[in-house]
Design a protein around this ligand. Structure first.
Ligand code: PHE
Length: 345
């Protein structure tokens, strides 16, 4: 056992350690060199036959060799361990990330904002009114006689055991946004141009085209020399802006106690393209904007002199306009909270 032997041995061992391909392989090599029956042990055993001085010297060399080989093993082991850990923790930084779910506006809100924008462009302001109303604002002031069917309990949701402090009136959930007309005329002097979007409530059985709670956008314009031609002009302009130039419209006479004359603006049903479906009651047309010239009694009830002032009003059904815009055939979807529906907007 001479020095060169040990050097050679060391080189051999290092070569083997370096060529190990796995931790398992490395462990086997370790056993072979440093195990109970390993090569190094064999060398130590040989020391027994040597004289004191020589044994000391060779023993020192052998110990050094042993330590060095151990160090090499430790180094290589570390490489495998780091590699294993990296592999476990590895993730693909080039993989596309998951998009965070962003909130978005409800179709009713989207369309309300669009409508507001078109009317604001024409000089209309946007106002709001209360959802709880008195009989006076919801009916009397709007020239709706006491015996009018709209007063029937079937249509109106009355608030039990609650009376308004003003005029000791019965309270109800507004059945339309028209009472905002009265509030606005009481507080403002003509010329007036305003729209009032809001929720309305009716005591109704629900189906694909009826909800107990829905939205209207009320419109009111009061000025001198206002005519039906102005009303038609403004609403037709609105419809073309909202649906595009090719929208098919149709006017028909109608009746509402608070307007005279009363009209209804119809559009061709977009769900069936006019062929007839359940949304348009198989007629191919859908009433979207009831309207008319403000009745003189309504002006009077709001403190305006009908001799000086004329006006027109309309009360479009927001839900219906959204249905026509996006070809939706069931109004109940709006309030369902169904994400499969909502995520499409
Ligand atoms: N308020 C009426 C309704 O809810 C609609 C309407 C408004 C009609 C304004 C004419 C003028 O049915």
């Amino acid at each position: 056992m001479i020095k060169t032997d040990l050097k050679l041995f060391k080189k051999e061992a290092e070569k083997e350690i370096n060529s190990a391909q796995s931790l398992k392989e490395l462990n086997e090599i370790f056993k072979r060199y440093l195990g109970e029956k390993g090569e190094i042990r064999k060398f130590f055993r040989l020391l027994k036959g040597l004289s004191g001085k020589e044994r000391k010297e060779k023993g020192r060399l052998l110990n050094e060799l042993k330590k060095e080989i151990e160090r090499k093993f430790a180094q290589k082991k570390k490489i495998f361990q780091v590699a294993k850990k990296t592999l476990e923790e590895w993730f693909d930084i080039t993989a596309p990330g998951e998009r965070p779910a962003l909130g978005h506006l409800h179709p009713l809100t989207l369309v309300r904002r669009k409508i507001e924008g078109i009317f604001q462009m024409m000089g209309f302001s946007v106002v709001e009114g209360p959802e709880i109303e008195t009989e006076w604002y919801n009916f009397d002031a709007l020239n709706i006689p006491k015996d009018h069917p709209a007063r029937d309990l079937v249509d109106t949701l009355w608030l039990k055991n609650q009376k308004s402090k003003i005029k000791n009136q019965k309270l109800l959930l507004r059945t339309h946004t028209s009472p905002v007309q009265i509030h606005f005329m009481e507080k403002n002097q003509p010329p007036l141009r305003t729209i009032a979007p809001g929720r309305v409530f009716r005591h109704e059985a629900t189906d694909a085209s009826h909800e107990h709670t829905f939205y209207q956008v009320e419109g009111l314009l009061v000025d001198k020399n206002v005519s039906l031609a102005n009303l038609k002009g403004i609403l037709e302009f609105f419809m073309k802006r909202f649906f595009g130039e090719n929208v098919m419209l149709c006017w028909q006479p109608s009746y509402f106690p608070f307007v005279e004359p009363g009209l209804e603006l119809l559009m061709r049903c977009s769900v069936c393209s006019g062929n007839g479906c359940s949304t348009c009651n198989n007629s191919g047309w859908l009433e979207v904007i009831p309207c008319g010239m403000v009745h003189p009694n309504v002006l009077k009830n709001s403190g305006l002199n009908p001799k000086f002032w004329k006006g027109f009003a309309f009360g479009m059904g927001l839900d219906r306009l959204v249905m026509m815009k996006y070809k939706i055939n069931d109004v109940r979807l709006f309030y369902s909270g169904d994400l499969r529906f909502l995520n499409q907007f």
